[in-house]
Design a binder for this molecule. Structure first.
Ligand code: PMP
Length: 385
């Protein structure tokens, strides 16, 4: 019998490279330098607090916008770090990870036919989320030689239909951060426009070599049009707890909450209670820069011995390495070769471009315990064609 049933896919088909690498990595028992998730335990006290919260009965839905104590400490933290006053009741929302905040922040203001500017290589969720709105993603390529945004190109890409500009600083996958001069240019290109800035700052505390993180919330002219997205999963090594948050002016936040309430309604309650206690101690997040800089340097010390051309990495927990000077492989084949022969997993940078641009570069993650970094670093440094 002929079926009348048919589905029209809203997103391109095919399984993501992350799943492919994950399967192969398991098969080859490879060292995991591909995934942006720590392989070490979070603070024991945090686990104890979450367990305690469950025993105390925090096992049902939390308030839709997040546990009040957590929103309060997050508002205070933002004020202390960036001098920005967000109202904990109206301008801070706890989400199911930074990813949900990104989804809600794009869905709320972006309508069919709108254009959304973002920069490639990019965290892979922006483009599909924009497409799901019936909107047009407009990608601007960042040069891998300079890792700098070309603001002339941004100005030229803005049209009357531009509804949103997505910034990601510190940046996944390049490890670059925006500098003050970028902020000045961003203020200039968005002035007198109706553009909402989505600023993905989930790696805000992982900034190295004495550099400064320039949050949109630090600059009133930007903060008034920005949704800033952050991740407690990243900050506290608990990506599986799915707790993130966003801050935005009340008018924008009201719309974001309308999406959030039908998407997940609320983030996991016991985790929010535990994290509220953790965020009260600034050392718990301020120590992160030194913690990850040390890990970056362990990996770098091995990569210095390798033929790979490693790009400067001043933030986040990923670095880029170019292999194309001495190999004709595509970046996917290079990654498969590393998996097969060196038993180390990395990610081909082409997966961070909508059109799969191959720049002969891989992304390496350093949010791993020291032994994994040493083993993985040694394997990469021993690679020869
Ligand atoms: N933004 C960027 C740039 C990321 O790299 C990630 C995680 N890989 C997220 C957002 C999502 O963060 P979370 O795990 O808190 O959902």
């Amino acid at each position: 019998m002929q079926s009348t049933f048919s589905l029209r896919s809203k997103l391109p088909s095919g399984i993501s490279i992350f799943s492919v690498i994950g399967q192969l990595a398991t098969e080859y028992q490879a060292i995991n330098l591909w995934q942006g998730a720590p392989n070490f335990l979070p603070d024991q006290q945090l686990i104890d607090s979450a367990t305690m919260a469950m025993k105390q009965g925090f096992n049902q839905y939390s308030p839709m916008m997040g546990v009040p104590a957590l929103r309060q400490v997050l508002a205070e933290k933002t004020a202390k770090l960036y001098g920005a006053r967000y109202d904990a009741d109206k301008e801070v929302t706890v989400t199911a990870g930074g990813l949900e905040a990104v989804y809600a922040a794009i869905t709320a203001p972006v309508h069919p036919g709108d254009e959304v500017i973002f920069f490639e290589p990019a965290f892979e969720c922006y483009e599909p989320i924009v497409r799901l709105q019936g909107a047009t993603p407009v990608a601007i390529t960042i040069s891998l030689d300079t890792l700098k945004i070309d603001w002339e190109e941004v100005a030229a890409a803005i049209t009357p239909r531009t509804r949103m500009l997505i910034i990601n600083t510190p940046h996944n996958p390049t490890g670059a951060i925006l500098e003050k001069r970028d902020i000045d240019r961003l203020i200039a290109v968005t002035r007198n426009t109706n553009i909402v800035i989505l600023s993905d700052e989930v790696y805000e505390h992982m900034v190295y070599d004495g550099m400064t993180h320039h949050s949109m919330s630090r600059y009133p002219e930007l903060a008034e049009r920005s949704v800033v997205v952050l991740s407690l999963g990243k900050t506290y090594h608990v990506t599986g707890w799915r707790v993130g948050y966003c801050v935005a002016p009340a008018e924008i936040m009201e719309e974001i909450r309308k999406v959030h309430q039908y998407l997940v309604f609320s983030a996991p309650a016991p985790m929010q209670v535990a994290l509220a206690a953790a965020v009260e101690n600034p050392e718990s997040y301020l120590a992160l820069a030194e913690f990850y800089q040390r890990k970056r340097d362990i990996l770098l010390s091995y990569l210095a011995e390798s033929p790979l051309d490693v790009k400067p990495c001043s933030s986040g927990f990923f670095m880029l390495a170019r292999f194309s000077d001495f190999s004709n492989y595509s970046d996917r084949d290079f990654v498969f070769d590393l998996l097969r022969r060196m038993r180390v997993g990395t990610i081909p940078l082409s997966s961070f471009y909508g059109d799969g641009t191959d720049t002969g570069t891989i992304r390496i993650s350093f949010c791993k315990d020291d032994d994994t970094l040493r083993e993985g670093g040694r394997a990469l440094s021993n690679w020869r064609q």
